[in-house]
Design a protein around this ligand. Sequence first.
Ligand code: AMP
Ligand code: GLY
Length: 433
Amino acid sequence: MGILEGMKVLVIGGGGREHALVWKLAQDSVRPTIYCAPGNAGTASLAVNLPIAAEDLDGLLTWAQRERPDLTVVGPEVPLCAGLVDRLMENGLRVFGPCQAAAELEGSKVFSKEIMQAAGVPTARSAVYTTAEAALKGIQSMGAPLVIKAEGLASGKGVAVCMSLGEAEQAVRECLVEGVFGAAGKRVLVEEYLEGEEASVLAFVDGKQAVLMASAQDHKRIFDCDQGPNTGGMGAYSPAPVMTSARLELIQREVFDRTLAELRRRKIEYHGVLYAGIMMTANGPQVLEFNCRFGDPETQVILPRLEGDLIPILNACIDGTLRPEMVRWSTDPCVCVVLAAAGYPGTIRKGDAIRGLAAANALPGVVAFHAGTRKEGDQVVTAGGRVLGVTARVAGLPQTVQRVYEAVGLIQFEGMQCRHDIAARALKRMNGK
Ligand code: AMP
Ligand code: GLY
C-alpha cells in the first residue's frame, strides 16, 4: 500500500471556488477522499459534505482533531483572517493557506498599503483616516474622482469608486459616522482613482518564492457592458490577453517578489495563494488589492487549465519546496459564466429547481461548477446569489465562448440572470480591435 493511499483532504468553503478545488483534487493521482465544509450540491457528488460553516472555527477544529485530515485547503478569506490556519497547525495538521499575520494583506487594507509602500510595490497613492472630519478635509484636497475603502473585510462591498466629491462624502459618512461596515469600517483609505484594464494575477507561494498562475479576468458588474451594481463576479476567463508575458515578468518582480521580501523582513512567512488585483494603467501595472486566497470565479477558469496534480503543488507551498516547473498550464483558454439568482446582487430568491445540469455537463469540455446550490430530494435547487459557474475549456477562445454559452442555454431556473459578454474584451483584442 502506498503511503498516500487513503489520503484525506478537507476543503473549507461552499462556493464555486471550492467546487472547482474539489473537482481538481478529485482527479489527483492519489485519489484522495475529500471532505468539504460546508460544500454545496456540486461538491456532494465528489466529496463528503460536512455540516460545518466555513466561519465556525471551533467546529472545524473539533472535526479536524478527530479525523486528522492529511491536508486541509482553506478557500474563503474569513477563516484565514480569523486565524484558522494557525489553530490547525498548532494541532499538528498540514494546512494550505496563509497564517493570520500573513492574511492581513487582505484583512487590512491599511496594513496591505503599508507593506506595498515599504516594499516599493506600484499602487495608488492614498491616505488613512479615522475621523469623518479629517477624511472629508482629505477628500476635498485630493479632489474627485477617488476611491473610498473600508479597511477590513466587507464581503466585497467596502469599496466605493466615486466620480464626484458628493459620492465620496457619502461613502466616508457610511463608514465613519453610520458604521455600515462595523469594525471593518473604523478606518478608511482614500485612494487616487486609477484608470485602465483590470486583471487578476494569482500565485502559489511557498514562504520564499511566488510562482505565478495563469492570468485571469473577472467581470464584476451585474449587467452586460459593465453596467449596474458590483457583484462577487459574474464570470471570468483565462488567460487575460492584457497580461502579456513581459507584464507578468514585471509583476513577478515588482509586486510578488518585493511583497514577499518585505513580509520576510517583518518575520512573516507567506504560504498559500497570494492574489493581486492589478490595474494596467498608462504608468504600468498598479496593485488595487491583495487577497490571501484563490479568487472566485477566477479559480473556476484557472484550475481547469492546470496540467497534472494539484496536491504536490499545495504540499510544496507548505514545505517551502515549490519549483516553477511544477506549475504547468494548458494552452486552451477557459471561460466561466456565472448564473445568478433573481434579485442578485440585492435580496435573492432561493429554492428554485435547476434544470438541464446533466445536459450541460455532457457537452465536451464543459463543467457546471456549483456555487449557491443545495439538494432537495433528488432535485438541485438554488440556495445563494451566485448559483452556478458554467465553465468550458476547449481549444481556441471563440470556440470556448461558443461552447460555454451553448451550455448556459441548456440550464434553466426561475429568474436566472447571466451576462452575455463574458470574454468579449479578449475576443476583441484577438481581432485586433
Ligand atoms: P478592491 O476590493 O480594492 O479590489 O476594489 C474593488 C474594485 O474597485 C476593484 O476591482 C476595482 O474595480 C475598483 N477599484 C479599487 N481601487 C481602485 C482605484 N484605486 N482606482 C480605480 N478603481 C479601483
Ligand atoms: N473575483 C474577486 C475575488 O475573488 O475577490
